[in-house]
Design a protein around this ligand. Structure first.
Ligand code: GLN
Length: 198
């Protein structure tokens, strides 16, 4: 069985851990360096990317995670987690940094302030049948470099065509929050990526 850490500095840690356990992974919270060292892969939950960025430094996890990512550790980032795994951010605050790894440019709070959250059904490559996606002050992916592949786009409404799921090798990012719907298929997809990698 694979051990998947959930970065436990802020956000929906329990929901991710629950989704991971229900697809057969061992889920453990990661707050310290030695906890990071013990995992095969890492989930970075939603929350506030600027806060998680600061907490990563305060907990001395920023560089260790970056080193693991560069060494090929699989990671899944949802919402703020997507921002943290993106190589480039538009609309970040002064001094905001990302761990990087996925060759994309994301736009923070892209769906606009008026419509802070919305829900829609999406087709995701690698997942059978549509997934109900919940977006909460979410980023979208504005540019995708050659190493990354688009897995999903918004299909209807004013944001139609916007890229909301991307994979680059063992790295997966989504704008939305699959952990809040009780649907575990995105976690299943990630755990399959982790299993192929260990
Ligand atoms: N707007 C948040 C950010 O910029 C992300 C929101 C979320 O993770 N639900 O980090």
């Amino acid at each position: 069985t694979v051990t998947v850490g959930v970065l436990a500095l802020q956000g929906d840690v329990r929901e991710h851990a629950h989704a991971l356990s229900s697809v057969g992974a061992q889920a453990v919270p990661v707050r310290r360096r030695r906890e990071l060292d013990a995992v095969d892969a890492l989930v970075i939950p939603g929350g506030e990317s600027t806060t998680i960025d600061k907490l990563l430094r305060a907990f001395e996890l920023f560089e260790p995670i970056q080193d693991r990512l560069r060494a090929g550790m699989p990671a899944y980032g949802s919402c703020a987690g997507m921002i943290l795994l993106a190589d480039r951010v538009i609309g970040g605050i002064e001094g905001q940094q990302t761990l990087g790894g996925v060759d994309v440019t994301v736009r923070r709070n892209a769906f606009g302030r008026q419509v802070e959250s919305f829900e829609t059904d999406l087709s995701i490559e690698g997942v059978e049948e549509q997934v109900h996606a919940v977006f909460i002050r979410a980023p979208w992916v504005e540019e995708v470099g050659p190493a990354a592949s688009v897995l999903a786009r918004v299909e209807t409404g004013p944001a139609a065509g916007r890229i909301v799921a991307v994979r680059q090798g063992p790295l997966l990012v989504t704008s939305f929050h699959p952990e809040v719907t009780g649907d575990t298929r995105v976690h299943q997809l990630f755990v399959e990526i982790v299993r192929d990698n260990v």
